[in-house]
Design a protein around this ligand. Sequence first.
Ligand SMILES: [Zn+2]
Length: 279
Amino acid sequence: MTLELPPQRRLAVNIGVDFDAHATWMGTFGQTSPGFLSRGEFDALVGLPRLLGALARHDVIGNFFTPTHTMSTFPAEFESVLESGHEISAHGCWHEPIMKIDAAEERRLLQLQIEQHERIVGKRPRGYRSPAWDFTEQTLDLLEEFGFDWDSSLMGRDFEPYRPRPVTIDREHGNSFGAPSSILEFPVSWHLDDWPATEHIPGVNQGFESPETIYARWKAHIDFAYERVPNALVSITVHPQAIGRAHYLLMFERFLSYVANLEGVWFTNLSALLPYWTD
Ligand SMILES: [Zn+2]
């Protein structure tokens, strides 16, 4: 099971944009106050155009993981995403906390978001990203049942795609793994996500890391993968309301320039990697 990049490509880099707007505050954080929703408004009206501009200037094509609630609440802004050419992937209906809703509701919302993708985007999403990067015991089965090709929410590797396996818990005799899934996992990491590093959420997350700290951490991951891991994929996750702040955006543009100047780097969306994977 391996990824083999096309000739002349040494490292694949995916910029995954979680364009959540109001939905992350409503779903993951249970916040609907005007203050929190205004941060979601900044996401769509200020952070998004800045980020789209930065990606375009560096010829970066990646993925937008967008709750369908965001598509419906900010249709003009989402239209600019559609026009940008990035791949649109599933990221929940309203950033629903799937660990807190029941199994029937998780299934209903997955079906609803696929229908909304078909209506708004014009096609079914090939990939899924769980709203807060966690799975219930049925999520992997649901993704298989609904015909997804890949997921990008789990953390079982850092630089290599893999086939996730369901785990049966046995506290006294050791856990056991089931058969590898038909879903290909493009792993993520909180270390490569701007959200916990930047967003101040009173009582929940400090944020406020310096741009230099984030730059150094992300650059180290790129350098390690570039030098030591053949056919690696580095997945970076950004949010317009986080990376779109002035000091972070300047850092991100510097980071994109650094990566783009490495010979053999391929900025790509995730579905474009599927032909280069063999089981
Ligand atoms: Zn999100």
